[in-house]
Ligand binder design. Structure first.
Ligand code: NIG
Ligand code: FE
Length: 401
């Protein structure tokens, strides 16, 4: 039933800039859906005749918000790195673990060893939990294959998960996650492989190219080379930037017109001014800071600098095994200096902006009917109850999941 009428919505968060306030809230609302798209939004006691015969859901005064857009994840992987987290809690550093051949390399070994079906089944379980917790669009990166065949296997797994669940997946090629293990003594050879054979192989199958631009991964020069090749191939760019230290990745993202720059924990005020001017979206990842025991990203600083902010889970086996956006909203509001309204906007409209998508994250006529019905009377409960399972019902393209 992709035709639907939802009535008696106590509080509807639309994110519609034509309405008042950041969230464009409508009290006592109803939403009409046709063919999976929002067709009408208005007062519950003024539903137009043409929508009254549609299959209806009575929301019984609860809050309804746009489906969450999780704009940064590494949700396809195999293996288990719980022990690394335990080691970090006892004082080991992320960089030391990677330098000893584990960290991302541990997941690369396990992902290479997994069959396609094993990779699909493990990843599908995670993505299904994301959907259950209200994520209706998720970005997923490759980057645990690090050779052409295994990067393609990751894309095959993403395709299979996409076609088996009612969730939209945005695909990002992250062959430049770290230097492939076979190329430790030949970094340039690995970058050659990424911009040559790998990029050719993934072209037409991905929406973005990403590079982990950091001291433990790729230099600014290497990142520029990879992003230039992506642009030449007509693929949009996003970057992991200034996460562990300031390497200038944020400024580079602005310079090359990247759609998004992610992490940015160590970006300077000058970097933020470039990012704001370029219209590059900052994707802040408070789950990483929590699990790495680093200071939370300062969302307030970004917003005050005029930067468009998204928040995301960064679901990955190393630094943030977090699947649920409501938890990230609570974390951002409580630790990143963002108001509950800003956190929710950044998890919906902000996430869509970070993926270059203008057809979602907003509840208004012409947008996708991706909605989350909360088990709460107001969106503020998302910030208030971090462990609450507040998602009563998820609606994807007009169909209750
Ligand atoms: O976003 N920064 C690089 N990539 C991931 C971590 C990946 C991993 O440790 O497996 C991140 O934090
Ligand atoms: Fe990441």
């Amino acid at each position: 039933m992709s035709n639907l009428l939802i009535t008696n919505i106590g509080q509807l968060v639309t994110n519609d800039s034509a309405r008042e306030g950041l969230l464009g809230i409508v009290e006592g609302a109803a939403v009409g859906v046709r063919e999976g798209m929002i067709s009408w939004v208005g007062a519950s006691d003024a539903v137009p005749e043409e929508f009254r015969s549609l299959p209806a859901i009575d929301a019984r005064e609860i809050a309804v918000v746009p489906g969450f857009v999780d704009a940064h994840t590494h949700a396809v992987f195999a293996g288990d790195r719980s022990h690394e987290h335990a080691m970090r809690l006892s004082g080991a550093s992320y960089a030391d673990i990677q330098a000893a051949g584990d960290g991302i390399y541990s997941t690369v070994r396990d992902t290479r060893a997994a069959s396609l079906i094993e990779l699909i089944l493990g990843s599908r379980t995670r993505v299904a939990r994301m959907l259950e917790s209200g994520t209706t669009t998720v970005e997923i990166k490759t980057g645990y294959g690090l050779d052409t065949a295994n990067e393609l296997k990751m894309l095959d797994a993403i395709d299979a998960v996409d076609s088996s669940l009612p969730i939209d997946i945005v695909r990002t090629f992250l062959g430049a996650h770290v230097v492939g293990p076979e190329f430790n003594a030949n970094r340039t050879g690995y970058v050659d492989l990424v911009v040559g054979e790998m990029l050719d192989a993934v072209s037409g199958r991905v929406d973005f190219v990403d590079v982990f631009c950091d001291a433990v991964a790729f230099t600014i020069d290497e990142t520029e080379r990879i992003t230039a090749a992506a642009s030449a191939a007509g693929i949009a760019v996003r970057l992991h930037a200034d996460q562990l230290s300031r390497t200038g990745g944020g400024a580079l993202a602005a310079k090359i017109g990247a759609v998004a720059a992610d992490h940015l924990d160590h970006a300077s005020d000058e970097d933020l001014s470039y990012i704001a001017a370029a219209g590059t979206v900052a994707v802040l990842l408070p789950g990483v800071s929590l699990m790495m025991r680093e200071p939370a990203p300062d969302g307030r600083r970004f917003i005050d600098a005029g930067v468009t902010v998204a928040i995301a889970t960064d679901c990955n086996p190393g630094t943030s095994y977090v699947e649920t956006m409501p938890f990230i909203i609570a974390l951002a509001a409580t630790t990143s200096g963002m108001t509950p309204a800003e956190a929710l906007w950044s998890a919906t409209a902000g996430g869509a902006a970070a993926l270059g998508l203008s057809d979602r994250g907003i509840i208004a006529p012409g947008k996708l009917a991706d909605l989350v019905m909360l088990d709460a009377p107001s969106y503020e409960h998302l910030a208030y109850r971090p462990d609450g399972d507040l998602v009563r019902r998820v609606i994807k393209r007009g169909v209750p999941v």
